[in-house]
Design a protein around this ligand. Structure first.
Ligand SMILES: [Zn+2]
Length: 321
């Protein structure tokens, strides 16, 4: 029996999902050919949520980010060349995705989704974007399947709107948040935390505010000890007005692009620690999915669904404060 399985208790505790999801069917319709990046996971998570009782009103449909949202975090030259289809073969090679105008639309829509999720989290305490987390995009180029940096765009959008003063990015994708560190790493109103596998892409890891490096073969014990060492301590110390949480599923054992051997239960425990620590202090959290490349896509989907179950538990325990 899963510790986080749905139970009778839910019938007595009001809304099944006391927060919104941000999702668009266009997320999985982008054609990137046969690729290790599983865009189908977005649809599969959506379908699973419907099967679990989510209703239409639980979902918010994102709009594409405005160009001005992306100009805050990317160079005008990069944005202009992306839209005009002027990237060089070397730049497209670095992106590791086939370039198309649909890919650009996908990236803008995903960025709009994370911005929307961050705004909604401020209103509701929690919001889950069934997408987002493109943390390898730098100001002047994209790489590692990431065209534009939705996380940085959301941080700067909220800041520009005067809605927040301090933000913490908690990046638990297996890969280091190099693009986010490059864009936000030196800003004193942002704390970027990244826990990742050291012997893995990206080779060059610009400094986050705090980087925690693990190694291939490190499993639940080391992973969770590292998470517990820093949370809720960092939230108490930095006191962010919002947390953007990259709940990557690629630390899962057997991932095609990673070597950490964290179990599904281990990742659920990680989600609970991060979400409980933040919500226990009244800090809103916007969850984004980031990466996950399990051989069987269902395993990546299970991890993301477990993150949502963790969010459910935490939202019930600490409703909006
Ligand atoms: Zn990753």
């Amino acid at each position: 029996m899963l510790p986080h399985s749905m139970g009778l208790l839910e019938l007595f505790f009001g809304k099944k999902f006391p927060f919104k999801f941000v999702y668009s069917d266009e997320y999985w319709m982008v054609n990137i050919g046969k690729h290790v990046f599983p865009v189908r996971k977005y649809r599969l998570v959506y379908e699973k949520l419907i099967a679990l009782g989510a209703k239409r009103e639980n979902f918010l449909e994102p709009r594409p980010a405005l160009d001005e949202d992306l100009f805050r975090v990317h160079t005008p030259r990069y944005i202009r060349r992306l839209k005009a289809g002027e990237l060089s073969p070397a730049e497209i090679h670095m992106l590791e995705l086939p370039y198309s105008t649909d890919l650009v639309k996908f990236a803008w829509l995903q960025a709009g989704g994370t911005i929307l999720a961050a705004r909604q989290a401020l209103a509701d305490g929690l919001c889950v974007h069934i997408g987002g987390g493109f943390h390898h995009a730098f100001a002047d180029h994209g790489e590692g399947f990431c065209v534009v940096n939705d996380v940085a765009a959301a941080v700067e959008a909220l800041k520009a709107e005067g809605k927040i003063e301090r933000v913490m990015v908690v990046d638990c994708d297996l890969h280091q948040g190099n693009g986010t560190a490059g864009i936000l790493g030196r800003k004193d109103y942002v704390f970027t935390f990244s826990i990742h596998q050291m012997d893995c892409y990206p080779a060059d890891k610009p400094s986050s505010t705090l980087d925690v490096g693990l190694w291939a073969g490190d499993g639940d014990d080391k992973y969770l000890a590292a998470i517990r060492e820093h949370f809720p301590r960092l939230f108490r110390r930095f006191r962010p007005d919002i947390v953007i949480y990259l709940a990557g599923s690629d630390p899962l054992e057997g991932d095609q692009l990673g070597g950490l051997t964290v179990t599904k239960d281990g990742l659920f425990a990680r989600d609970m620690i991060v979400l409980e620590s933040a919500r226990g202090l009244g800090i809103p959290v916007a969850v984004v999915f980031a990466g996950g490349y399990a051989r069987d896509i269902q395993d990546s989907v299970d991890v993301h669904i477990n993150t949502i179950r963790a969010a459910q538990k935490v939202a019930r325990k600490w409703p909006r404060q």
